[in-house]
Design a protein around this ligand. Structure first.
Ligand SMILES: C[S@@+](CC[C@H](N)C(=O)[O-])C[C@H]1O[C@@H](n2cnc3c(N)ncnc32)[C@H](O)[C@@H]1O
Length: 261
């Protein structure tokens, strides 16, 4: 398959026909649960500048690290079960990273117990998302992200709701969004088209009709901002910062004239 060029997504429905962009690979194609690299590429292109420091506290196969390198960003990546030497072993609830120093944080957490990532006792992928323990653990992760992010900067959380036949539906996306809103300002909510191979299986679709349930067609991508202003005080507005752009335009607005023209 010839891949289309990698471009910035411009609507809130993101889609790209491949897990990896370009001729190579970002992360590991054999890693179950890896993030499509174009998602991270879009986030870093819009919300970071060359040289910025990007953190991924649940790095998995290292997709964030590879995309950051492609774009000339620095990266600090952690995981409870590191798959590569560049990934430092750490629990995302206690990231060995100083406060307010990350320019961007990306995270793609486990979605309930669908994938066995490791036998580490602290793995959040061992917690069913129908139980409050999953959300308690993820609240601690989100709190830690809020600690390490610089004021005024952005983070992205990528997640899918959980549905397993015979189990109650777990709306993980909205559950985590509500937690995120306790720590950050929402900037946008994006639906990322899932191109899971199993979605091509016809019998899955007939089973969904017979069982009267829906297969997961998209992942949520929540884009959030930490409150506080950036230290940069002069120069043109940062187009990635809607608040800064709005202030810039308001300062230059021509006052309305009174009366008839
Ligand atoms: C969906 S995968 C991340 C995929 C990654 N973005 C990639 O592209 O390869 C979730 C990751 O969370 C890690 N994890 C689970 N619980 C964790 C915890 N408490 N602290 C840090 N990492 C954790 C798992 O080991 C797994 O690698």
């Amino acid at each position: 398959m010839k891949k289309p060029p990698l471009v910035l997504q411009t609507t809130t429905l993101w889609d790209y026909p491949s897990q990896h962009y370009g001729g190579g690979m970002q992360g590991d194609k054999d890693y179950t649960g890896a993030t499509p690299s174009y998602v991270i590429w879009n986030l870093l292109s819009r919300y970071t500048a060359p040289g910025d420091l990007v953190v991924d506290p649940m790095a998995g196969s290292g997709t964030t690290l590879d995309v950051a390198r492609d774009l000339g960003r620095r990266a600090a990546v952690f995981d409870l079960a590191p798959s590569r030497p560049e990934i430092e072993k750490a629990d995302a609830r206690k990231i060995p990273f100083p406060s307010s120093q990350a320019d961007f944080v990306f995270i793609d957490p486990p979605y309930s117990t669908h994938v066995v990532y490791s036998d580490e006792p602290g793995c959040i992928g061992r917690l069913p998302a129908q139980e409050p323990e999953y959300y308690t653990a993820m609240r601690d992760v989100v709190k830690e992200i809020a600690r390490i992010l610089r004021p005024g900067r952005y983070m992205g959380l990528y997640v899918c709701d959980s549905f397993k036949k015979g189990e109650p539906f777990a709306p993980i996306g909205l559950g985590l969004f509500s937690i995120l809103c306790d720590f950050f300002t929402p900037i946008d909510v994006v639906a990322v088209v899932r191109r899971n191979k199993s979605l091509k299986r016809n019998h899955w679709h007939s089973a969904a009709i017979e069982g009267n349930y829906f297969l997961r067609g998209f992942n949520y991508l929540f884009i959030m901002q930490k409150s506080g202003s950036k230290t940069r005080k002069s120069g043109p507005p940062d187009p990635r910062d809607p608040a800064e752009t709005a202030r810039h335009l308001a300062a230059r607005a021509v006052p309305k004239r009174e009366g008839k023209p």
